[in-house]
Design a protein around this ligand. Sequence first.
Ligand code: SAM
Length: 255
Amino acid sequence: MNEKAGHTFLARLGKRRLRPGGVVGTNFLLQEFKNSSDKAILEVGCNMGTTAIELVKKYHIKNYVACDLDAKALKKAMLNAKTNKVGDFITFKEENALHLSFLDESFDIVINEAMLTMLSDPHKEKALKEYYRVLKPGGILLTHDVMLRTDDTAIQKEVIGNLSRAINIHAKPHTKEEWNNLFNSVGFHIKGTKLGPMSLLNPLGMIKDEGLINTLRMIKNARKPENKKQFDLMFQTFKKYQNELGFIATISIKK
Ligand SMILES: C[S@@+](CC[C@H](N)C(=O)[O-])C[C@H]1O[C@@H](n2cnc3c(N)ncnc32)[C@H](O)[C@@H]1O
């Protein structure tokens, strides 16, 4: 059986939140949405629409554009939004973060979780330049990514290689300093960051993110013969590198 990208595989098992720091990282960012019901919001890498639906419901946002490269994920997102009765408030669009079709200075907030880590370094910079371009002056960029917690370059190389194999995508996490330098180099001012352990496949983190029933359902799916090999590799890799890998959630402002 063909192995899928880690996030597509986890989504198929029933995981709804596909970000490294789970609700802890996301909730740190979501504070920026208070009083944002009339703001223009862009989410890049929305996948099945989990964050879009949560935000529109909680903050009554009327102008929310959610985009992704993956047409299949967008189809699921549209269905999820309809089921949650927020379909009228979210515009789903197939878009590539590297070449957004939106006009300059058209959004107040851009949110992009668990995506930059999956891009090469030049593409990270290209995507960030696009976010800078489409944000209004003073606009807010919210990101949530994987962070390397070691400066030892030999260990970094080992972790990156094994992480990429486990999630079936070439991942390239950065250290805190490297992430900060990248945002600054594009012109953003960093207002705040939250750091913590990876919770994506940590049993307690999964219960916090997905609830007990959904976590048990996911684990049951993960034990099926067609899923077991890929799930075990991801689970063991995240466990092995729990000290070397963490999450970083960043609030940046367009100067
Ligand atoms: C790990 S998932 C995270 C999904 C969601 N943001 C979350 O936190 O649960 C990364 C998402 O980014 C999307 N993606 C990857 N590269 C992209 C690009 N260049 N432009 C737009 N979306 C992209 C993938 O299709 C996938 O849905």
